[in-house]
Design a protein around this ligand. Sequence first.
Ligand SMILES: Cc1cc2nc3c(=O)[nH]c(=O)nc-3n(C[C@H](O)[C@H](O)[C@H](O)COP(=O)(O)O)c2cc1C
Length: 204
Amino acid sequence: MIYHPEDITGLPFVEELCWELLSTGVNDRKNAMHQVVVSTAVGEIAHMRTVVLRRADIKEKSLYFHTDIRSSKVDDLKQNGMLSWLTYDQSLRTQIRLSGPTIIHHNDEICKEHWLKTGHHSRRYYMLNSDSNKLLSDRSTGLSPSLTAFDYTLEESEVGFEYFGVVETKVTWMEWYFTHNTGNLRASFDYESSSLIESRWLAP
Ligand SMILES: Cc1cc2nc3c(=O)[nH]c(=O)nc-3n(C[C@H](O)[C@H](O)[C@H](O)COP(=O)(O)O)c2cc1C
C-alpha cells in the first residue's frame, strides 16, 4: 500500500493508515510489519526482541503477540506492565511506535482462541518441558529428534497449551514517522480506554 505526501490529508488519515498497516502486517507473512520489536523496561535497561504480530484490534486499539509464559519478557512484564512496540516498513518509509499497559493472557478464552489458530509447526517449543532460558552444554536447538522432525500429532501438541501465552497491549500512545525527499513528517496519537483523545503533528 504505497502512499505519497499528497495523500496525507490530515491526522485522521494518518491514524487510520497506521492501524491499517498494522492489520496488513498481521495477515501477510511477507509484510515488513509481520515482525515487530517489543521492548520491556527493567530498571535502567530496555530489553528488546523481535516477535510476530498476531493481531491488531482496530476497535479496541490492542496489539497481540504469542509467547512462552516461561520467557524473560513475561517476568519483565510482571514487574512493569508497560510494553513498547516498534515497526518499520522500508518500502513505505514508515515507522510506527506504540506503547501501553499490557495484559498477559494465560489459560483464558483469548489464549484458547489464539491457540486454536496456531499450526502444528509452531507448537513444538511450547511442548518442551524445560525453561526457555535453560543453559545448554553445547550447540543445540533444544529439540528432541521427534520435535525436530515434527513427528507428533496435533493432539499430542496440546500439552503445549500449558506454556502458551498471549500478550496484549492496550495502546495508549502511537507515533507515525514518514521519511520523504520532500521532507519528513511525524504525528502522534493518545488513546484512553480504546478511544482517541488527542492527536498532533510533531516536528520530525
Ligand atoms: C523472526 C523472529 C520472530 C520471533 N517471534 C517471536 C514471537 O512471536 N514470540 C516470542 O516470544 N519470541 C519470538 N522470537 C524470539 C524473541 O525475539 C526472543 O529472542 C525470545 O522470545 C526470548 O526473549 P526474552 O528472553 O526477552 O523473553 C522471534 C525471533 C525472531 C528472530
